[in-house]
Design a protein around this ligand. Sequence first.
Ligand SMILES: NC(=O)c1ccc[n+]([C@@H]2O[C@H](COP(=O)([O-])OP(=O)(O)OC[C@H]3O[C@@H](n4cnc5c(N)ncnc54)[C@H](OP(=O)(O)O)[C@@H]3O)[C@@H](O)[C@H]2O)c1
Length: 319
Amino acid sequence: MDEMKAVIYTKYGKPDMLQLADVEKPTAKSGEAVVKIRATAVNQADNHVLSGMLRYSTGLFKPKQQILGSDIAGVVEAVGENVTQFRVGDEVFGDLSAHGRGGFAEYVAAPESALGLKPANLSFAEAAAVPMTAVTALQGLRDKGQIQPGQQVLINGASGGVGTFAVQIAKAWGGVVTAVVSTRKMEMARAIGADHVIDYTQEDFTRNGRRYDLIFDTVGNHAVAEYRQALKPDGRFVTSAFLPALVIQGPWLSLTNRQKMLNMLAKPNQKDLVAIKELLEANQVRPLMDRCYPLPEVPEALRYMAEGHARGKVVITLL
Ligand SMILES: NC(=O)c1ccc[n+]([C@@H]2O[C@H](COP(=O)([O-])OP(=O)(O)OC[C@H]3O[C@@H](n4cnc5c(N)ncnc54)[C@H](OP(=O)(O)O)[C@@H]3O)[C@@H](O)[C@H]2O)c1
């Protein structure tokens, strides 16, 4: 049996539960490619799954899959039968959150539908920083947000993984973008293209009298009524942070008002991964990386991520 190094968890809990272990190296089943992982990124979702918050889908009493990590970038090492899009040696990236994860490891077997060719102008570390959060921003702005050129768009939480992509994608699609960030991230928000920047430690965007066509929220730190105050009468509000109040109020408000108030859940897919790749290769969007850690330091990376103040993405690099 061939072995590889992986960071595994066998019980739900905190990042301290994770351990570096030797596990069986995966082989490619039909429709799958084995990818030698060169970089993987940490997402808030890894901490949610690790905590057991999603145990109804990840295993009621203990995790069904022992390796977290959704975003990967690496090199195709082997392909199974019926793989038509990739060959050994191709450089790829992708989001495995809909396919059991497995990114915190030296190798993973992934369905080819979860992968795309790595953007030519990005390193492996930069490419790993992209899939989940960029596709979330793209789908939130395009599908739920129905963004139009010239619209006033506010991004709340504009300095994090999802927010840094949301600012850039909204700009690329012609939005006039206001970024809400903390004081030390104001420069960064301007550097990625925000037209206006609000320092949330000094100003509450829900109380300053300005109104937006579209609010894309990644924080969920205001009440529904407060967000509505900052929306135009026919504006749209979309949050990636999941507001429980919107489960009931959202459909009712959307029925009885022209304002639309929506939670979103990203659906990773190859078409949107390719759409992001095109934005990256056109230099309209670039990933921002906060820190890189080696594979054994995944627990530290998850702890840092859990603090909720990352500047872009937290990445794990492998040799
Ligand atoms: N629905 C989905 O499909 C989906 C997909 C991906 C992620 N998510 C969720 O989306 C949320 C954001 O994810 P992420 O990866 O972007 O997280 P992240 O990288 O941790 O970013 C969070 C950002 O929020 C900022 N922030 C904290 N308090 C704030 C406040 N009061 N006002 C404005 N900004 C504030 C932080 O910056 P400061 O340091 O400046 O405070 C940080 O940059 C998480 O809840 C995650 O679970 C959902």
